[in-house]
Design a binder for this molecule. Structure first.
Ligand code: PMP
Length: 430
């Protein structure tokens, strides 16, 4: 803290006075942000930063159509969800139309955590089970029940008795000849173990791009045998689309579509309202009916008319600006650029991803693949100095999570690749 500029030090102290020492801030010297537009953010000192990290304002920061939709609705009507309202029903119909049959009902929430929490409750009600499977470094949110299925929130602590984990399909570190069958076998083993301990299986919850496990998007189709195994054992497949959803993979609106599967339950969040707090659960109507037979769910703010207006504008912008296609084209170009500089920088172990969700993994040596989180950290800080914001993920914290707004251009991608090249040259020089 001693080396910080005085205004930053005062702003940090002010933050900690109110929020305590658990307050999470980005960077050793945090940045005070004042405004943003498109793919750019602006700090209090006037510096501009290219946003390559933030997948919430997914159609672009302060997109005028989303801003205007929110502004108009908040000045017209904003009530809880116990009244009929055309905007709310129009949004529900538009959103549900994006899902394959038989997904046909929707519950709207304010956050992804709430969506996952209600998904766990539905799976319990529909199966009579309590046991859940997640991946080893999964994050699914912050409620008590969801924290139990978020091993990354409690590193090193034992899992709750009703939870089992399976490895994410890590092709780089050897997921076997058939990663899908491998994951399905691990799931079957986890189910057998839980049932041996008297826990009945309720379902699996997976982020379909395994973002907190380090971004594992391939091979396409990998989740099909996993889903078959889950169903064979009477469980439900919950696809957590908080990270890949709303077009980020460049292949389709939903990450699970790359795997040719139809989940039982799909949960949504982050980009859903482009920053307006929104989450949701789309599911088979029979599952919601099974839940409603003995349980009730009410959310005061979830899916209110302002949220619905924001959500509708997001769907409109994704369609009208061709953002799924843009994510595919720019994402491919971005990965090509990173692979090209990997020829010069041996610390780059792997470049992977789908659309504009890219993982860039750093290693100490390519043979042993020893994780190099210190390189990831040096690159994150080096890029920040060069006006680019980016973060890391994965069990070892050595994988950059590249996740810009979907309106990113090839030129934006080229700029990041060039600056990465520059930072890595500096890092190599010591
Ligand atoms: N699921 C996944 C995969 C997430 O990444 C997150 C948030 N990082 C959540 C759920 C929780 O969403 P929220 O923070 O909106 O509660």
């Amino acid at each position: 803290a001693g080396s910080m500029a005085a205004p930053t030090r005062r702003a940090v102290e002010r933050r900690l006075r109110s929020f305590g020492t658990g307050a999470v801030l980005f960077y050793r010297e945090p940045i005070e942000m004042v405004r943003a537009e498109g793919v750019w953010m602006e700090a209090a000192d006037g510096r501009r930063y290219l946003d390559v990290y933030n997948n919430v304002p997914s159609v672009g920061h302060c997109h005028p159509r989303v801003v205007e939709a929110i502004r108009r609705q908040v000045g017209t009507l904003n009530v809880h969800t116990r009244y009929l309202n055309d905007v709310v029903d129009t949004y529900a119909e538009r959103l549900l139309a994006t899902f394959p049959d038989p997904i046909g009902n929707l519950v709207l929430t304010c956050t992804g955590s709430e969506a996952n929490d209600i998904a766990l409750r539905v799976a319990q009600a529909a199966t009579g089970g309590t046991g859940f499977i997640v991946t080893e470094t999964a994050y699914h949110g912050n409620t008590a029940a969801v924290t139990d299925v978020s091993p990354s929130s409690r590193p090193g602590r034992p899992l709750a008795p009703h939870v089992r984990t399976v490895p994410a399909p890590d092709l780089y570190r050897g997921a076997g000849a058939d990663p899908g069958e491998g994951m399905a076998a691990a799931v079957a083993q986890a189910i057998a173990d839980m049932e041996r301990h008297g826990v009945r299986f309720a379902g699996i919850m997976v982020d379909t791009v395994f973002s907190s496990d380090g971004v594992h998007t391939d091979p396409e189709g990998l989740l099909a045998p996993v889903l078959a195994t889950v169903h064979a054992h009477g469980g439900l497949f919950i696809a957590d689309e908080v990270q890949p959803g709303f077009g980020r993979t460049g292949a389709a609106l939903w990450g699970f579509e790359r795997h040719g599967i139809v989940p039982d339950i799909v949960t949504l969040g982050k980009p859903m309202g482009n920053g307006f707090p929104m989450g949701g659960m789309a599911l088979r109507p029979d599952l919601l009916a099974a839940f409603n037979a003995g349980d009730r769910y009410f959310n005061t703010f979830g899916g209110n008319p302002v949220a619905a207006a924001a959500g509708l504008a997001v769907l409109d912008v994704i369609r009208d600006e061709g953002l799924v296609e843009n994510a595919r084209i720019v994402g491919e170009h971005f990965r090509d650029g990173l692979r090209e500089i990997a020829n010069r920088h041996v610390v780059i172990g792997d470049v992977r991803g789908a659309g504009l969700f890219i993982g860039l993994e750093f290693v100490a040596d390519r043979e042993g693949k020893a994780p190099a989180p210190e390189v990831a950290s040096a690159v994150i800080n080096g890029l920040r100095e060069r006006g680019v914001l980016i973060g890391a993920a994965g069990a070892y914290g050595n994988t950059l999570k590249i996740r810009p707004p979907l309106c990113f251009t090839r030129q934006d991608a080229d700029r990041v690749v060039e600056l990465c090249d520059d930072v890595l040259t500096e890092v190599a020089a010591g």
